[in-house]
Write a protein that binds this ligand. Structure first.
Ligand code: A3P
Length: 353
């Protein structure tokens, strides 16, 4: 531990055997069920997180750093592209040339993959993919399991760093907002659950076997990656008044994109004229996003790791959860939301509270 480093303050705790069992049944194999709980809120992280937790907690920050943070499937990609374009004076050429994944190192990606599960991944994927190139996959896996903190530390000081994360604020450097900026995006958890369910089916390495009901059960009972969901959102919400924090909501972007764009532009001290606004709205529309190779992750298809019927930029709708929840689940969700909003002034603008 370096001289100025803080000790990592949280404990890791093994899951209860029943919890482990429930997860392993739904995921059909051990590789995506490798969880451990972290800290007083009990965040679910994958075991590889353990070795990197202190490095992330202590990562050196710069005043030019920009974090785009969220619970997964809340519109992160959308907000990443919006933030990057605003902060880089609408440099569409570079945005088209450089995939979003290169523009934004993803802080916690490494934890969702495990090198020890390589054979299991290969067996799972090879079952559905005739010409699966295991060599290419092995290279990809070696890249995916590597934490990005050393890479971020080596970025020249003259280069602005943009960082994607799904980690809650309490796992990030405690004084992050004293130095860096963060844009956080939240979304109706019912749509997050549906979107996460499809995401789990999209990535073959996840090997999710269950139906939506099973997925929802894991998600709302805080048995899925980086849940409990509401703790995650509340941590960012509590910081919404900080001048270095911008708290956005997916449903707001969806309802009135120009208004959210203006908030982002104000946050970065930029102004957009009407023509620039129109072009940006067009660029960020669901239709153009779906066809934008720089943001849609479709390049991963050639590796054979994606399910053909699923996609990263999927439906882009609010309230799509209604097609997935039966009455019992809808009531349960409503109660769960109400219970979790009781001790906070966090409100989702589209919900009737
Ligand atoms: P759905 O699965 O409901 O369609 P993330 O980037 O955090 O993984 O979030 C993904 C969700 O954001 C997906 O939701 C995706 O379709 C949606 N999304 C991505 N780009 C969008 C856009 N330009 N407009 C609306 N929704 C978008």
């Amino acid at each position: 531990m370096g001289e100025n480093e803080l000790p990592f303050p949280f404990e890791f705790e093994e899951l209860q055997p029943e919890e482990d069992e429930l997860i392993k049944t739904a995921f059909g194999s051990a590789m995506y069920a490798n969880y451990i709980r972290l800290g007083p809120k009990g965040y679910m992280v994958f075991k590889p997180y353990k070795k990197e937790a202190a490095n992330i907690y202590n990562m050196p920050l710069r005043p030019t750093d920009v974090f785009v943070a969220s619970y997964q499937r809340s519109g992160t990609t959308w907000v990443q592209e919006l933030v990057w374009l605003i902060a880089n004076d609408l440099n569409y050429e570079e945005a088209a040339e450089k995939p979003l994944t290169q523009r934004y190192p993803f802080l916690d990606l490494f934890m969702s993959f495990d090198e020890n599960s390589k054979e299991e991944y290969i067996d799972t994927i090879a079952k559905t993919e005739e010409n699966f190139n295991t060599e290419k996959f092995s290279q990809l896996l070696a890249y995916l399991v590597t934490p990005v903190t050393p890479f971020l530390a080596a970025v020249p000081l003259t280069t602005k760093r943009f960082i994607k994360t799904h980690l809650p604020m309490s796992l990030l450097p405690p004084k992050l907002l004293d130095t860096a900026k963060m844009v956080y995006v939240a979304r109706d958890p019912r749509d997050v659950a549906v979107s996460s369910y499809h995401h789990a089916k999209w990535m073959k390495t996840t090997n999710f076997q269950g139906n939506f009901k099973e997925f929802w059960n894991l998600f709302h009972r805080a048995l899925f990656s980086l849940t409990p969901y509401f703790e995650h959102v509340k941590e960012a919400w509590e910081k919404r008044g900080d001048p270095n924090m911008l708290f956005l909501v997916y449903e707001d972007l969806s309802k009135d994109l120009p208004a959210s764009i203006r908030r982002v532009a104000d946050f970065f001290g930029k102004q957009l004229n009407e023509e620039q606004m129109n072009r940006l709205c067009d660029h960020l529309s669901f239709e153009s996003f779906k066809n934008n190779k720089s943001v849609n992750y479709e390049h991963l298809r050639e590796l054979g790791i994606l399910e053909k019927s699923e996609s990263m930029i999927r439906k882009g709708k609010t309230g799509g959860w209604r097609d997935y929840f039966d009455d019992e689940m809808a009531q349960q969700a409503e109660q769960w939301i109400e219970d979790n909003l009781r001790d906070t002034d966090l409100r989702f603008p589209h919900m009737k509270h």
